[in-house]
Unconditional design. Sequence first.
Length: 288
Amino acid sequence: MKNIYKVVLVMAILLFSICLFSQENNDTKYSSEIMYNVSVVGAVKNPGVYMFPPTSRVSEAIKLANTLIDTLNVPVYAASNASKRNITLKRNDEIIKIDLLRFLVLGEENSNPYLEDGDIIIVPAIKKQVHIFGAVGNRNNEELQNSIELGDGDRISDIIELAMGIMPSADKQNAELVRFIGNSSETKSIEINLNIIIDDLECKDNLVLQNNDRIYIREIPQYHNKSFITLIGEIAYTGTYAIENNKTTLLQIITKAGGPTEDADLSNAYLQRISKEDLREPEYDQLR
């Protein structure tokens, strides 16, 4: 009798496991079949209707619509003048403005929302830009090339934020805004004190920008000038040492480096400048 109970118990466990696996498999199959129809139109390479899972974002839809497949079925990503900051998302009766650059630079998730079934994404061409030069975070970004698409109502602080902020070396009191006058090539220069803008983003100095405005944020002259000298040869501790221009002497550096070794030939020691001129240094005579 006990053996019968054991057999029945094992069979019940197996049956329960099979039912549970079947339910999980059906749930997975059901969820994998859920796809959203999303239309991407405008300044994209392949406008049309695409299928996306619920976890997809606007940026993924635009990326797919800009992907070409050549004759070898190799994806080719073509450059375009498509806007990243003035995208429109139509969702039922709602119009949502999308600024993908704020997502890509600042990580603002609400600037790159998840897709919903029936969404229509309209990507316009870039129409307005501003340019920012100097001591900002993106100055080495070759893709941006100092140009940032202009959004409605953008102020100086908005563009600086999208340029990845001001560097510590920035001369914040002496920034400059250069603006074209009307439709001519004539310009006017506006002095900007960024300290005032940083303290109060609503201040009048934080101007609303216009198409083709140029912002110049120069660096403080000689900011943290990293001067150094390199010692090689018969020195106790060879290597690189920091110096202050027109203040640190060669004797001070050699002393800091532990002085010459017993095998040092000071009569043939020399100082090599950046200009590669070999100079005889009188201070070596003091070490003899």
